[in-house]
Every structure is written in structure tokens, then in C-alpha cells.
Design a protein around this ligand. Structure first.
Ligand code: DHB
Length: 479
């Protein structure tokens, strides 16, 4: 009963070939499939779908069949900018140029791939109104998930096993998609777009360096970087990790130092109110100076990452802030570590007092390009009588806000990665997210890959091994 514009048309495919490790694989491609009935911007509210040809011949790939294959859902969002659906071809620009795409690698392992585009912070309609401000991107990704559930019986792949992936802003959206499944907060926006009715929860989340918890990220950044005065800062047009970055060096002035000193103490109060426990059961608190079990736990994760290097036979020479004895990492000097990686943002790192950050632009409205989104920066704004975004909109962008919300259906399985050399947000942000999820009884795999800067998809063998493991544990998984 093809009833509407959201129905998948099996016959409307193109043949493509993808090459992975010198092996050429035939795939069927459905590109630029618009996933809502009333798109605001059909170029971005569209999805590319790829299926291994083998599934149309009754064959299996990597142990999966047309019925059992999980659906891999990599979003392409960076910098909270508009994102086109991803393709199976090697990226032509950015740090990954020429490399086999993550999508091609997933196809070679038997995944059905659906890569959704999404609106972003700079989009404008022909009337000049802004069309991609928060919460547009998450509403779009949810609409794409709804479309996949809507068409589950008509296409290969199992929509009960959707595994989302993203990096940075895309990692934040991947996590948010997993934390806020089916939540009524988004119902009106989905209805307005003519999204498919039904579920938008997903099975599993992969999030690389998620730039999430923006309400608390300024305080978290100063908790970590307060003692560091010199910085190398990127232009907001180059925030997007897909783009080659240019960084400008500088030193915090007296006013910025004062801002850092005012923000840092807000963080312990926030952490303590969360009431989180480490996987070992310890209450993760901080004292007024920002020291205590939570900081110890963050350090233990950095040290575990260093220990893994040693165990793999790699040298830790030059990392003078680590204390290594007899082949074991025994301790670290957190302040020296933070100085060594360096500050990449000026305070407040996200809600800039002069509205100059990418996140200010994310939280703009149809008529106003840039808004504040925290109480601190609204009160201390240097941008005149600058208004703030609605608290409800800010919440709708924060994965952390939905963890433990009884109205949400959370993804069961989580893989969170944040490199020890990432300075785009505080280490505390992914650690708090993973810890809160674990506290809800969810399956969480958190690690801080050694010396990795702000990036994603750098450990695809491990990512796909994790995906295969969680998919095998899915209810009704028959492999
Ligand atoms: C990204 C990086 C940032 O530093 C930020 O504030 C937002 C997004 C990104 O790479 O997507």
C-alpha cells in the first residue's frame, strides 16, 4: 500500500561499486531520498542509502543477511554546520581526503548504510529567515530514523538495530539521538515537517568527541584549562573537524582571566548535583577547588590510555607529566598535562560574551543569527542587550539532559571516544555523559584514545568489532 511520499522504492536504485582493501563490492544506491513530507530544505533533509548487492541475491555478507543486517547511520555533521548525506566514495577534501570512506568500509562488512543529511546553523531560506537553527539538526536526524522504521519491511536491513555514528557536533547529535528516542519534546517539530509517524529510538550509539552539554561546557572547560593563559584558537568557520584548521595564537587578557576564574567554580556544584558514581561505585564529587574523586576518575582514564600504549610496546617518552615506574603508569600531573595539550578556546569557550562562537549561531532563531544560551554569558554579554535562546530549545540539543528521562527510550549500547589530545571541549564532558549512561544500567564503552586530537573514525576495525558484538546481543539477532 504505497500510501505516501515517504515510501521506499526498491526499483529506483543506481548501481555503484566501492573498493575496500583492493576488493570491489557491488552496491545498490538510493541517493538524496527526502525523508520528510514537507521539507524546509530538501537538499539537506535527505538521506543516502546503500545496500550490498549480495543481499538481493540471497547471499550473506560478514555473517549478516538482508533480514538481519544492522543499519549503520553515520551523520556527516561538523561544526553544527549544514551537512549533506554521506557517500560511499573517498572524501575529496578535509583531513580524510582520499581515504576509503567509513561508509564503504561498513558496506564491506555487511552493514546496510543510511547516511542522513541535516540542516545547520548557517542555513537561510530565500526570504532570508534562518532555517537550520537548533533544534533543526536533531529533528532532522530523528525524521530520518522514523523513515527507516516506516520502511523497515520494504528494504533490507533491520531497523531494530540502527547504530548511529558521528564526530564532534555530529558525535553530540549521535549521542542525543540515542538519549532522546521517542521523546515528546520533539513531536511537534517532527509533525510540522511531515515526518513519518512512529518510533525514533535507536539501538546503539557511536560518538567521537561529542561537543555536547553546551549549557555546562563553559564551566567544564575552565575547570580543566583555568591555569592556562596562552592559547591557539581556531576561527569558527573552521570549527568543523572535516575542514583543515587554521589556528591563531594568543594570550588571555585580564578580563578573560577573570571570566575563567568566575566560570571554573560553577563546575563542582554542577557535578556534585548530578550524584554520579564511577563504574567502581565511588561517588564522583569535586571540592570547591575542583579536586576530588571525579577528577581522580578522569585522570585514571587518561592513565589507562597511557598504560595501553605501554602494553602495546609504544614509548611514552616526552610525556613528562606521566609518572611511569617499572612499565606501569603510576600517576600523572593533571595541571602539567593540561599545559602540554594547551588551551584552544577563550573563556567562555562556547557561549561567547560577544556572540562570536559557532554555538551562539547554532542557538539563533528564525530572525536572529546569534543568541546566548547560558545564564552566565547572558548576564555578562558584551553584545548589548543580547537575548538568550529558549531554555527548552537548549535542552533539546543536550544528550545529557535526556539521560534518565523516563519519557525517552535510550539506546542500549554506547561507544564514546575522546582523544587525550582533544582541546575542543573538556574531557569532563564525555566522561560525565558515559558515567550518567552507565548509571542508568546501559552498556557503555568509554575510552580516551592516546594522544588523539579532535577527530573521529580513526579506529574503524575496533568500531566495527564493537558493532558486531552489540548487534549479536540484540533481541532476536539471528546470525
Ligand atoms: C566542532 C568543534 C568545536 O570546537 C565546536 O565548538 C563545535 C563543533 C566540530 O568539529 O564539529
Amino acid at each position: 500500500m504505497p500510501d505516501d511520499a515517504l515510501v521506499f522504492h526498491p526499483a529506483h536504485f543506481q548501481k555503484q561499486e566501492v573498493t575496500v582493501n583492493d576488493q570491489t563490492i557491488a552496491v545498490r544506491a538510493w541517493e538524496n531520498v527526502v525523508y520528510v513530507r514537507q521539507p524546509v530544505d530538501a537538499k539537506y533533509q535527505a538521506m543516502n542509502i546503500y545496500v550490498p548487492e549480495a543481499y538481493f541475491q540471497g547471499a550473506s555478507v560478514g555473517g549478516y543477511t538482508a533480514e538481519t543486517a544492522p543499519i549503520f547511520l553515520p551523520n556527516q555533521v561538523g561544526g553544527y554546520m549544514p551537512a549533506l548525506p554521506g557517500t560511499a566514495q573517498p572524501p575529496v577534501q578535509g583531513p580524510g581526503a582520499g581515504r576509503t570512506s567509513t561508509i564503504a568500509q561498513a558496506l564491506a562488512r555487511g552493514y546496510v548504510v543510511a547516511s542522513p543529511g541535516a540542516r545547520g546553523r548557517t542555513l537561510q531560506g530565500s526570504d532570508g529567515r534562518y532555517t537550520g537553527k537548533a533544534p533543526a539538526a536533531i529533528v532532522d536526524l530523528k525524521a530520518a530514523v522514523r523513515w527507516l522504521h516506516h520502511n523497515d519491511a520494504r528494504m533490507p536491513g533491520d531497523a531494530r538495530k540502527i547504530i548511529s555514528n558521528g564526530t564532534s557536533a555530529g558525535g553530540a547529535l549521535s549521542a542525543l539521538l540515542g538519549a532522546s528516542g521517542n521523546h515528546p519534546d520533539y513531536a511537534a517539530a517532527l509533525r510540522a515537517l511531515g515526518a513519518a509517524e512512529g518510533r525514533d529510538d535507536i539501538f546503539a550509539v557511536s560518538a567521537y568527541c561529542p561537543i555536547t552539554n553546551l549549557e555546562q561546557a563553559d564551566a567544564a572547560y575552565e575547570w580543566q584549562f583555568n591555569g592556562v593563559r596562552d592559547y591557539t584558537k581556531m576561527d569558527i568557520r573552521m570549527l568543523d573537524y572535516h575542514v583543515e584548521r587554521k589556528e591563531v595564537p594568543g594570550t588571555l587578557d585580564a578580563a578573560q582571566m577573570a571570566t575563567s576564574a568566575a566560570l571554573a567554580p560553577l563546575f563542582p556544584a554542577y557535578v556534585n548535583a548530578l550524584g554520579l558514581r564511577s563504574p567502581q561505585g565511588q561517588a564522583l564529587t569535586l571540592n570547591a577547588q575542583g579536586d576530588g574523586p571525579f577528577k581522580d576518575y578522569v585522570q585514571s582514564l587518561v592513565m589507562a590510555s597511557a598504560q595501553q600504549q605501554l602494553d602495546a610496546g609504544q614509548s611514552l617518552a616526552g610525556f613528562d607529566w606521566l609518572r611511569v615506574e617499572g612499565g606501569k603508569v603510576r600517576g600523572m600531573d593533571f595541571a602539567a598535562y593540561v599545559r602540554a595539550i594547551g588551551r584552544a578556546k577563550t573563556p567562555p569557550a562556547f557561549d561567547a560574551l560577544d556572540l562570536s562562537s559557532g554555538e551562539n549561531q547554532l542557538f539563533g532563531s528564525a530572525l536572529i543569527d546569534k543568541l546566548h544560551f547560558t545564564a552566565y554569558s547572558t548576564r555578562h554579554s558584551t553584545a548589548g542587550d543580547a537575548p538568550a535562546a529558549d531554555a527548552s530549545t537548549v535542552r533539546m540539543m543536550n544528550a545529557m539532559a535526556y539521560v534518565g528521562d523516563g519519557k525517552a527510550t535510550a539506546a542500549r549500547h554506547w561507544r564514546v571516544r575522546h582523544g587525550t589530545h582533544d582541546r575542543d571541549t573538556s574531557l569532563a564532558v564525555p566522561v560525565l555523559l558515559a558515567t550518567a549512561l552507565h548509571g542508568q544500567g546501559l552498556d557503555v564503552d568509554l575510552a580516551l584514545p592516546w594522544n588523539r586530537p579532535h577527530s573521529g573514525d580513526y579506529d574503524l576495525d575496533e568500531l566495527f568489532a564493537w558493532m558486531a558484538k552489540v548487534a549479536a546481543a540484540a533481541p532476536g539477532a539471528q546470525r
